[in-house]
Design a protein around this ligand. Structure first.
Ligand code: ASP
Length: 577
């Protein structure tokens, strides 16, 4: 098809030139003697004008046109269009293809329900904003390829049909036709393979890798998602993080032309929890958690007496707005986090007010003022109970106020590392111990002494990169000492038999000259969300699933033929109702 350029490559410089364009009809206005058409291709929109004597076929929105014409200056420019100063005066307009009326409007603003958008995704993808997200995604990948290739990384593909990998989520399983009763697992990450590539001598590996985790979905989670997966040999934590900072700087520069200041701030996990109540803190606004346990050391208030933690946040200038309704909704939030309630006090006209004030002694009031620097019209929210719940609740409330009060400046980016994560977590349900990251994460040398006596005290060489309150990536130095690895498996309650079945080949490999190695994975989808300015992961994946893990377009997952099941030796006993 003859085409001289994309629409938005034209500008005043091209006035007088003869051009041939293609595109979809975005809008048509027929004024009788003259017809205006907004022609849209991947680059954007240009106005085509057909005057007297031009045969304009019967066209509707989303028809595809082939237009020949001459570029001219517009008598009334449109400042909202990048090509708004010019138009193409058509000599000839041909219809390349027709289109039915689309079930959603092809424009950035749409009132279509998300399931309609997903069902007709190919039309949804035609919306310029959706194309912008895919552009950003592509530019991130190009920045990754370029930066890492320059640093002598190579991309290696790892299997999709594999054994279970250790990221701690539920696996997607694929039954084997050849070996009835046996299953492949789809990889939750390439973790084991990338470490084997280090034993294989590659030293620097990366892969734009698809990963699969069968988890409950949320606004920022999909069953299949993409990681920028990285592994290196012979770098210590500082060297590795510095190299990754260079990558992230390049990604921001090449996609949205934003200069990230390096080095990035590093917060320990403990500092993050203490001050922000979260291991992925959004530090773009200043509300912080404060420890007030000391202030209440002599309190006789029931909820405080034997509480493991008593912490508070102060919110400036909202006392006058803190009605009974607001207090009830804050209390409800506390219940969701498994706490009995909250204590809320206001400062008005130089006095503390609120129903909790009667439980405060003079010295406690003074103590609060000293720790929290309370001024008129501020409120103080105090939570007491188990440390992790208190942190989680106040962390969520500081975020809620940050958003509600507009304390977060749009278009700003806050990047930091969270380091020194605990190696293990204890389950609140059954008290069992699990890995915070995964079982191959290396314990800090100085904490190895607790491996037998008190493993939950051990911190690890694990790190997350946090951007605007999102965990945008994470990784760790890996264990390369077989004895330490064996002990870790033991703490995790894995028997020799389990280890052999799950990771036997992996453990064996470590006997043959394993280099010290470290790696991480960035979430490509999350990075695209952050750089594209959307908080919905489905916007940045071309063909995503909805929150019920269904693809409304293809209908996956779906039933299969009896014969297929027979081949696999599978009988369904429990059908979805
Ligand atoms: N495999 C890890 C993850 O998916 C990342 C890493 O440790 O490199 O979170």
């Amino acid at each position: 098809m003859e085409r001289t350029c994309f629409n938005t490559e034209l500008s005043e410089k091209n006035v007088g030139e003869q051009v041939a364009l293609v595109g979809w009809v975005s809008k048509k206005r027929n004024l009788g003697s003259i017809v205006f058409i907004d022609l849209r291709d991947r680059s954007g929109i240009i106005q085509v004008t057909a005057g007297e004597g031009i045969n304009v076929p019967d066209i509707r929105n989303e028809y595809i046109l082939h237009v020949y014409g001459k570029v001219a200056l517009r008598s009334s420019p449109n400042p909202n269009l990048p090509t708004g100063k010019i138009e193409v005066i058509a000599d000839k307009i041909e219809v390349v293809n027709t289109a039915k009326t689309t079930p959603l409007i092809i424009a950035d603003e749409t009132d279509a329900l998300e399931d309609t958008r997903l069902k007709y995704r190919y039309l949804d993808l035609r919306r310029p904003v959706m194309q912008k997200y895919q552009d950003i995604r592509h530019n991130i990948k190009m920045a990754v390829h370029n930066y890492l290739s320059k640093e002598r990384f190579i991309e290696v593909e790892t299997p999709i049909l594999t054994l279970s990998t250790p990221e701690g989520a539920r696996d997607y399983l694929v039954p084997s036709r050849v070996h009835h009763g046996k299953f492949y697992a789809l990889p939750q990450s390439p973790q084991i393979f990338k470490q084997l590539l280090m034993i294989g001598g590659f030293e620097r590996y990366y892969q734009i890798a698809r990963c699969f985790r069968d988890e409950d979905l949320r606004a920022d989670r999909q069953p299949d998602f993409t990681q920028i997966d990285i592994e290196t040999s012979f770098l210590d934590q500082d060297q590795f993080l510095t190299m990754m900072e260079g990558l992230i700087k390049d990604i921001f520069k090449k996609t949205i032309n934003y200069d990230v200041k390096l080095p990035l701030r590093r917060l320990s996990y403990k500092e993050a929890m203490e001050n922000y109540g979260s291991d992925k803190p959004d530090t773009r606004f200043d509300i912080k958690l404060h420890d007030v346990k000391e202030v209440f050391a002599n309190s006789e208030f029931g909820g405080f007496v034997s509480a493991e933690a008593i912490k508070a946040i102060k919110v400036d200038g909202v006392a006058h707005d803190t009605s009974r309704k607001v207090i009830d909704s804050l209390t409800l939030e506390a219940k969701k986090f498994g706490l009995g309630g909250l204590s809320i006090i206001k400062r008005e006209n130089g006095e503390f007010t609120g129903s909790f004030v009667k439980f405060l002694s003079e010295s406690e009031k003074e103590g609060l003022i000293k720790v929290l620097d309370i001024k008129d019209d501020d409120i103080v929210i105090i939570a007491a109970g188990p440390y992790s719940r208190v942190c989680a609740l106040l962390g969520a409330l500081r975020l809620r106020y940050g958003h509600e009060l507009g304390l977060i400046k749009e278009g700003t980016f806050d990047l930091l590392w969270v380091v020194d994560f605990p190696l293990f977590e204890r389950s609140t349900e059954d008290g069992s111990i699990t890995s915070t990251h995964h079982p191959f994460t290396r314990p800090r040398d100085e904490d190895l002494q607790y491996l037998d006596s008190d493993p939950t005290k051990i911190l690890s060489y694990a790190y997350d990169i946090v951007i605007n309150g999102y965990e945008a990536g994470g990784g760790s130095l890996r264990i390369y000492d077989q004895d330490v690895q064996k002990k870790i498996f033991k703490v995790l309650g894995l028997s020799d038999e389990d280890v052999k079945r799950k990771f036997g080949f992996f453990v064996d490999a470590f006997q043959y000259g394993t280099p010290p190695h470290a790696g991480m994975a960035f979430g490509l989808d999350r990075l695209t969300m952050i750089l594209g300015g959307t908080d919905n992961i489905r916007d940045v994946i071309a063909f995503p699933k909805n929150l019920a893990a269904v693809c409304p377009m293809s209908g996956a997952p779906n039933v299969v033929d009896e014969d297929q099941l027979k081949d696999l030796g599978i009988a369904i006993t429990d059908f979805e109702k």
